[in-house]
Design a protein around this ligand. Structure first.
Ligand code: FES
Length: 158
């Protein structure tokens, strides 16, 4: 089965545009790393919204695809280190899902760079911050999610 690229128009980034990023963090190591970054007053881009998940294994493909359909520019999935998932294999399942979705994002023309997964221990605040900075910069270079404009257009039409 072949995947048809979406009819998206790559509009230039509006002046002052900042990528809108969601970071799905598992409630254990990844959220603890993000929390530690905050406690240590480590600076990272403010255009990242953290969404708690019990485990990255609970983040279904539908959640990620729905966020992109609604116009989110990029998604970071942050879970425990391999072998450290509190639900044993949740992060391994999440890795397979994100790899699969990244392929799909390339096939449909959105770009795999809009989705990234990282594995963290609770002490890896610097890695969390670095991952956030990397995805923000990658998404900034890709430009706004073209589906955002399509979503706004369809909302205006009767
Ligand atoms: Fe952290 Fe599963 S509990 S990835």
């Amino acid at each position: 089965m072949s995947v048809q690229p979406l009819q998206t128009s790559a509009a230039p980034a509006p002046h002052g545009w900042e990528p809108e990023i969601i970071a799905f963090c598992c409630n254990y190591c990844a959220y603890a790393a993000a929390d530690l970054a905050g406690s240590k007053r480590m600076q990272y881009p403010t255009n990242v919204r953290i969404v708690h998940s019990p485990c990255t294994g609970k983040i279904e493909m539908e959640h990620i695809l729905a966020a992109f359909e609604k116009g989110v520019d990029g998604i970071l999935v942050a879970g425990c280190l391999e072998g450290g998932c509190h639900f044993i294999e949740g992060n391994l399942r999440a890795r397979k899902r994100t790899d699969h979705i990244r392929e799909t994002l390339d096939q449909i023309g959105l770009g795999s760079g809009r989705l990234k997964m990282v594995n963290l221990s609770a002490a890896m605040a610097p890695t969390f911050v670095q991952s956030v900075k990397e995805i923000v910069e990658t998404v900034r270079s890709l430009g706004p999610n073209p589906l955002k404009a399509a979503t706004k257009e369809s909302a205006v039409k009767p």
